[in-house]
Design a protein around this ligand. Structure first.
Ligand SMILES: Nc1ncnc2c1ncn2[C@@H]1O[C@H](COP(=O)(O)OP(=O)(O)OP(=O)(O)O)[C@@H](O)[C@H]1O
Ligand SMILES: [Mg+2]
Length: 276
């Protein structure tokens, strides 16, 4: 699809009723995190890992909001795979009273941090999962190669940065932490012009013999190419207006993602040659 068609489809999706925002009831600081993430209980009682609009990363870059928007878009794109490659992604509205009651305590290097009220990004908390950066190898070792191939295909497609994932109790991989994806720190239109795809592979998964076999990637690549363009574009629709990510910027970002898709197999072939 070309840019005008993408913009028209996005506008149509923006015009549909947006899914209702979840509402935060309680925010509990998580101990680590560049974006000062919160464990958040929403009104139906379920839990999300939430980043607020004035998280330290977005505060630095200002509007249009980059990190939350990219986290939400990539989280939605992961939901287009079966099984999903990301935890469920949502907009979580933080009411002022909930924001006022929450504080990340000050650390030796950083002052205390409060969340801002308004729409934040939420990733549904996956119970019993371990982030690969924190796993000492036991769980990762038992993840099947095809599952690793799905993750690498996804993160390569979306221009992952500092790529990470959760390993679930049943040994699946879920991509998380997508704030830097697509165009790194900024929504920079210049970046959309260069469509150059290079393989992204979490260092914890690097010494996998099986990844040098093209056949291991075949199902993931088939799944990626089978997703309808319209579904991909829809992931860029209905962002909170408070984030100020314009229609034209989102159309360009969606165009960028669509143009990267057919180049993923070629990028992954760097892994296949490695094994020869
Ligand atoms: N859906 C989820 N379920 C369980 N844990 C999650 C989920 N999403 C994120 N986490 C965990 O929450 C923490 C913060 O998430 P994330 O990595 O997205 O933010 P961050 O600002 O990059 O934080 P950090 O610098 O700690 O990586 C990480 O430890 C991550 O493993
Ligand atoms: Mg992280």
């Amino acid at each position: 699809m070309d840019l005008p068609d993408i913009a028209a489809w996005l506008a149509a999706c923006d015009g549909e009723p947006a899914p209702p925002r979840l509402r935060a009831r309680l925010l509990v600081p998580r101990t680590t995190g560049g974006s000062k993430p919160w464990d958040c209980q929403v009104e139906d009682g379920s839990w999300y890992v939430v980043k607020s609009m004035a998280n330290p990363q977005d505060r630095r870059t200002g509007k249009p909001v980059k990190f939350l928007a990219t986290d939400l878009i990539c989280g939605r794109l992961g939901q287009l795979f079966r099984p999903a490659l990301t935890p469920q992604a949502a907009v979580v509205e933080i009411p002022p009273a909930v924001a006022e009651a929450a504080v990340h305590p000050r650390t030796r290097r950083r002052p205390a941090e409060r969340p801002s009220p308004g729409p934040g990004f939420g990733s549904q908390l996956v119970e019993g999962a371990v982030e690969i950066k924190a796993d000492r190898g036991e769980r990762i070792a038992s993840v099947p190669p095809a599952e690793v191939a799905r993750l690498v295909t996804f993160q390569t497609w979306l221009r992952g940065v500092d790529v990470s994932a959760l390993v679930t109790a049943d040994r699946r991989l879920l991509s998380i932490d997508h704030g830097f994806y697509l165009t790194a720190h900024r929504w920079d239109r210049a970046d959309f012009e260069t469509v150059q795809v290079t393989v992204k592979l979490p260092s914890q998964l690097r010494d996998r013999e099986a990844l040098s076999e093209p056949a291991v990637f075949a199902p993931a690549l088939a799944e990626l190419s089978a997703i309808a363009d319209e579904s991909i574009i829809r992931a860029f629709a209905a962002l909170p207006t408070e984030w100020e990510v314009s229609l034209s910027l989102r159309a360009r970002a969606a165009h960028f993602v669509l143009r990267r898709r057919p180049l993923v197999a070629q990028a992954l072939s760097a892994l296949w040659r490695r094994g020869r």
